[in-house]
Ligand binder design. Structure first.
Ligand SMILES: *Cc1c(COP(=O)(O)O)cnc(C)c1O
Length: 367
């Protein structure tokens, strides 16, 4: 093996407990996209054991995979387009989001002796999913064949708690909830908050929060909300790889495709067996690995399966050593936040893009 993701499920459990306590409501653990790259089923089980009330996924396929793994907790799938297999959702007790009259019609049609469990998704200002222009056409009649379990919406700027748009979305959500209540659905689960709102906007907690990134121990926005440590979150993912080759090179040696960088002094280089096909961003500049007790920055372009780091002339590293690409930072290693900053992106993208050929191992982190 040459690279592995090590997921510390006890960190996930800690984060779920912390977030649930912060919210003071039910908690939906967002496990879409292979649990943000951490592994769908193990994370789902850990979240439930730590008190998560619901699981949330984007795709119906993801929800079906959870049921096939024997998970019985309530599951909501919210990216279910018209044409989806709603009968299967009903059969497997998978809650589905409805965001259009067309989808609602199909969901109704699929409901026979057993009714579909539906969460109405409403657009309060994110301008992505959810009812908007069709909302005023929705009547109790459209809903008579389904079980309306919930109503939800999504914040666009929860990571900027001072922005007026948050208050506007909250007010609009309350209006939309009132409308559904006026149809006689007074007992629906209202949910609006993502991780950032769970942490910073208690007024938006309603009956349930939907936490994704924070459950994995990462900050929704390092600049505006602080980092994992200041939020008392524990990053669950550590990425390690083999440094399959260490070599001495003189100063002014060009490194990699395009010779985009050269060594500035006589040094040792380490070649890491992971590349952009595994999710290491090709544009990363200013991150690297933790090797032999110190940081070594990447040098030259990231290749498909490998990248090179400058270990420094004094490094004790040897061919075949394992290095930490990112972890929770507690030993001085780079974090997913660092890799995000070095790649002009966010920690979400760093963890979710790690490719399928990197095995996920469930264990305590190693250094
Ligand atoms: C992905 C997603 C979330 C989780 O967002 P985080 O910022 O990761 O907490 C919550 N709700 C919906 C609808 C989502 O798509």
């Amino acid at each position: 093996m040459r690279a592995e993701v090590i997921v510390d499920l006890s960190a996930i459990k800690h984060n779920v407990e912390l977030l649930k306590k912060t919210a003071g409501t039910k908690l939906l653990a967002v496990v879409k996209a292979d649990a943000y790259g951490h592994g769908l089923v193990p994370v789902a089980k850990a979240a439930i054991s730590a008190g998560a009330d619901y699981l949330g996924v984007a795709l119906l396929e993801e929800a079906i995979a959870l049921r096939e793994a024997g998970i019985e907790a309530p599951i909501l799938a919210w990216l279910v387009q018209p044409g989806s297999d709603f009968k299967k959702a009903i059969e497997l007790d998978i809650d589905v989001a409805a965001a259009s009259l067309k989808a609602l019609q199909e969901i109704s049609d699929a409901s026979e002796s057993k009714k579909a469990r539906v969460h109405l998704e409403v657009d309060t200002g994110m301008t992505r999913g959810g009812f908007l222009s069709e909302w005023d056409q929705l009547t109790a009649e459209h809903l008579k064949n389904v079980e309306v379990v919930g109503i939800f919406s999504h914040f666009a700027r929860a990571d900027e708690p001072g922005e007026a748009q948050n208050d506007e979305q909250l007010a609009r959500f309350n209006d939309m909830v009132e409308r559904v209540r006026s149809f006689g659905f007074t007992n629906v689960i209202r949910h609006l908050s993502n991780s950032a709102a769970t942490i910073k906007n208690h007024a938006a907690a309603f009956d349930m929060v939907r936490t994704g990134i924070a459950m994995y121990g990462l900050s929704p926005d390092v600049k505006t909300l602080g980092n994992s440590q200041s939020l008392a979150l524990r990053p669950a993912m550590q990425l390690r790889a083999a440094m399959y080759l260490v070599k001495d090179v003189p100063a002014d040696t060009p490194v990699g495709y395009g010779a985009s960088e050269s060594t500035t002094a006589d040094t040792k280089l380490g070649v890491i067996a992971m590349g952009y096909a595994d999710g290491i961003p090709r544009i990363a500049h200013g991150a690297g690995v933790w090797s032999a007790g110190k940081k070594a920055f990447s040098i030259g372009r990231v290749s498909m399966d490998q990248f090179v780091v400058d270990l420094g002339a004094q490094s004790k590293a040897q061919s075949g050593d394992w290095v930490v690409i990112f972890g929770n930072g507690s030993h001085g290693e780079f974090t997913a936040d660092d890799w995000g900053a070095a790649s002009q992106t966010i920690n979400y993208e760093i963890v979710t893009r790690i490719g399928p050929r990197v095995p996920r191992i469930y264990a305590a982190h190693v250094y």
